[in-house]
Structure formats: C-alpha cells, structure tokens
Ligand binder design. Structure first.
Ligand SMILES: Nc1ncnc2c1ncn2[C@@H]1O[C@H](COP(=O)(O)OP(=O)(O)OP(=O)(O)O)[C@@H](O)[C@H]1O
Ligand SMILES: [Mg+2]
Length: 400
C-alpha cells in the first residue's frame, strides 16, 4: 500500500502531476485511486471526465474521486459541529457567526484526509494519490494527526460515562454539555485520527512530493514545506520542477526566462538535496486528457515505477539541545566548501553565505517557528553539512 501526496503552490501543476502519476501507476498494473478535494474540480478538467464524490472509474485500474468536503463534514461530523455551535450560542455569539467559527479552518483538506483512512481500509487500492489544495497551511492538517497522542481518546472515554450526569449540571454551569451522540462522534473522530497518524507517519507507506516551478517564490515556499515535513517526521521522497522551457526553444524572447530558470533549477538542486529532482518541460498547451497525461507520465518517470520510495531519510534535522537548538542541513557533496562567511536572519529564513572553491554561495534556509524565539549563535560546516546553533535565552534565565 502506498499513499502519495503532491504539494506545491497554486498552479504549480499538482493536479496534472497527480493525475499523470496515477495514470502511469494504473498502466503498470496498480489499482490506483486519485483523490482531490479541490472545489474547483481540477481533476475533472485534467482527466476530461466527470469525477464524482464516490470513486469514479476512469479506465482499467484507474479511479478518481472528488471529495465534497461540505457534504462529508455534514454527514460524518455534523453532530460535533452542532454542539460547537450550541456552545458559541450559549455564550451569546450570533448563530451565523457561530456556524462560521465552527466550520474549522482548512475543513476541506481535513475532511479529505479523514476520508483517506476509509480508502486505505477498503483494501481496494494499491496506491492512493492525493492532489492537495494549494494553501500551505493545508499541510498543517497532514501534520496535525502525527502530533496526536493517545491521551485524547483516553480522556474522552473517561468522560463519556458522566455525560448524562453532566446534563443535570447544565443549568447550573450555564453551558451546554456534549450529549452521548457528540461524545461517540468525538471518539470515532479521534480513532480515525489515530489511524491517520499511523498511515502518514509510516515512512514506507506515505510520501510527500514537492512540486515547484522554476521561480523564486515557488521554490522558497516549498523549502518551508520541506522543513516542516522533516520536523513532523513525514517522509519527503521527491521534488518535481515543472514548466521548464524546453532546450529546443531558442526564441530570443525567452532568453532571459531560460537563463533565470536555469539558475532556479540549480538553486533547487541544492535546496532539496538529497531528494531526487525530476524535471518536466512546459508543454505546448495546457495538459488535459489521458493522451497528454500519459506523455507527462512517460517524461516524468521514464519507465520507472512511480510507487517506489525515491528517498527515505531525514534531510534537515532539528535537534533540541541543552539551552538551545541545532539545525543540520546537508549540502551537496560536490560543493568543495571552505567556510561559512556570513550568517544572518532574513525574515523567517536564515541567509548563509558559504565560501567554496569556485566562489561564494548564498543559501536561504527556512527556520522552524521555535528558532524565531531564540538567539542565533553560529553556523559551521561539518562533514558536508551545515550546522546552525541557536541559544534559548529563556532557558538561560531559568538557570540563573
Ligand atoms: N508541464 C506543463 N505544461 C503545460 N501546461 C501545464 C504543465 N503543468 C501544468 N500545466 C497547466 O497549468 C495549469 C495549472 O496546472 P494544475 O491545475 O495541475 O496546477 P495545480 O497546482 O493543481 O493548481 P491549483 O493550485 O489551482 O490546484 C493547468 O492549466 C495545467 O494544464
Ligand atoms: Mg489543482
């Protein structure tokens, strides 16, 4: 069983690459389901077939599903939502606003993730390919279940028997207490979340794949995703650089674009090192329909098995040390690095200049949120890796 997520900013090519991957997999004999929760129906566009909210057969061994998150949320978790609304209302919040608040942020992506468990458990598919929504925050929903401990379930099980008792106290306490139905749904939700955690954190089952276009913003955005995935222990196995102007194009009009793209591709080889980086050319038209998707699949995978785990390991590691933090970033071994000549903060990132045999190389390294609270100490090179140290001054104060 394999679960493959594609992520990247809006328009990077997630729907195209997910569909092409799924198509290639089905052609190789894998029973494949491609899942989208994007309300814009991009899967229907790419596959040129109406995709429904239940798995729709596209061709032999290929299925697609367009999750309708609002319907899912209402059908499966409506009771919880009603309860949350009643809570807000009891506090004097206007009903319209209460529903607005109760609709969890990123509900869309979240509900589709819960649905994932159902498809895994159905054992009908060999590979699930997920075409995620563009918001970077949506990824937090993928991480969220991996942070969940067993505690929550225990707490709810403990509380459940007292629900009826609590109902008696309701007029006294003044806020509605959850009914048995809500508790049952809560327990069900937590169980699903735990299963989801099991699936996502299994590094031989789940892979996150990054899709970027050769442009600054697209790459920087993904570097952060890459860092966070490492932080939350989700295996990232592949990066795809999409929409590269092909070599055969010599039109003077595109000269600068081509030069810039080359630079960004070189940057991303370093930024996503040691992930394999696949390149996909900009096609002559939008990529729609099975014929073009088959071509994309061939160019991307070139006969390889897209279900393989392309890379398994931790790229960036963040270690808590006494009184601070150490961030370790591996560098491509081809660099002939000499020393770190400059290190400073640049917004949420760190700008590091490294002297090499052929001149200076500047790297922008995304930092985990906790590092923003700490003092930058130093950066040094050790065995082809950059080690960055932070001092937690709060800790120093406590020690004193
Ligand atoms: N290599 C390519 N060559 C030509 N057109 C492409 C290529 N990759 C993607 N496209 C086109 O770019 C547009 C955006 O691609 P796609 O819908 O796959 O992106 P996305 O990341 O899913 O976007 P969104 O974030 O909106 O869901 C589509 O019109 C698609 O056909
Ligand atoms: Mg899309």
């Amino acid at each position: 069983m394999r679960v493959i997520f594609y992520t990247g900013k809006g328009g990077a090519g997630k729907s195209v690459v997910s569909s092409a991957t799924a198509l290639t997999l089905s052609q190789m004999g894998y029973e494949t389901l491609v899942i989208s929760s994007d309300p814009a129906h991009t899967l229907s566009d790419a596959l040129e077939t109406d995709v429904h909210h239940r798995p729709t057969a596209i061709m032999e061994k290929l299925w697609a599903v367009q999750i309708d998150p609002i319907r899912e949320a209402r059908e499966s978790y409506g009771v919880i939502q009603e309860y949350v609304v009643s809570l807000f209302k009891s506090k004097g919040v206007d009903e319209v606003l209460a529903y607005e608040i109760a609709a969890l942020p990123n509900m869309t992506e979240f509900v589709s993730l819960l649905k994932l468990v159902e498809y895994v458990e159905s054992e009908q598919y060999d590979v699930l390919v997920l075409d995620t929504v563009p918001s970077g925050d949506a990824l937090k929903n993928i991480y969220l279940p991996t942070l969940l401990g067993a505690t929550a379930t225990k707490v709810i099980k403990l509380v459940a028997p007292f629900v009826n008792l609590a109902k008696v106290a309701e007029p006294i306490v003044g806020i509605p207490t959850p009914g048995r139905e809500v508790i049952n749904q809560d327990i069900k939700l937590l169980k699903i979340l735990q299963k989801l955690k099991g699936i996502i954190s299994n590094r031989t089952v789940t892979s996150l794949r990054l899709i970027a276009n050769p442009e600054a913003f697209s790459i920087q955005n993904l570097k952060r995703t890459y860092l966070l995935a490492n932080l939350y222990d989700i295996n990232v196995d592949l990066a795809v650089m999409n929409k590269i102007i092909p070599e055969g194009v010599h039109d003077a009009y595109f000269r600068e674009w081509k030069a810039a793209q080359e630079r960004y591709i070189a940057d991303s080889e370093a930024a996503f090192y040691p992930l394999p980086l696949k390149k996909l050319r900009l096609f002559q038209s939008e990529v729609k329909g099975l014929k073009l998707l088959t071509e994309v699949g061939q160019e991307l995978f070139d006969g390889e098995d897209p279900a393989q785990v392309y890379y398994e390991g931790h790229a960036i590691t963040v270690k808590e040390r006494e009184g601070g933090l150490e961030v370790v970033v591996p560098l491509p071994s081809t660099g002939n690095y000499r020393e770190v000549t400059e290190v400073e903060r640049a917004g949420e990132d760190l700008s590091v200049v490294i002297a090499t045999d052929i001149g200076e190389a500047r790297n922008f390294i995304p930092l985990p949120a906790i590092a923003q609270l700490m003092k930058l100490d130093r950066a040094k090179l050790l065995n082809d890796a950059l080690h960055i140290y932070f001092i937690d001054e709060r800790w120093k104060n406590v020690k004193k």
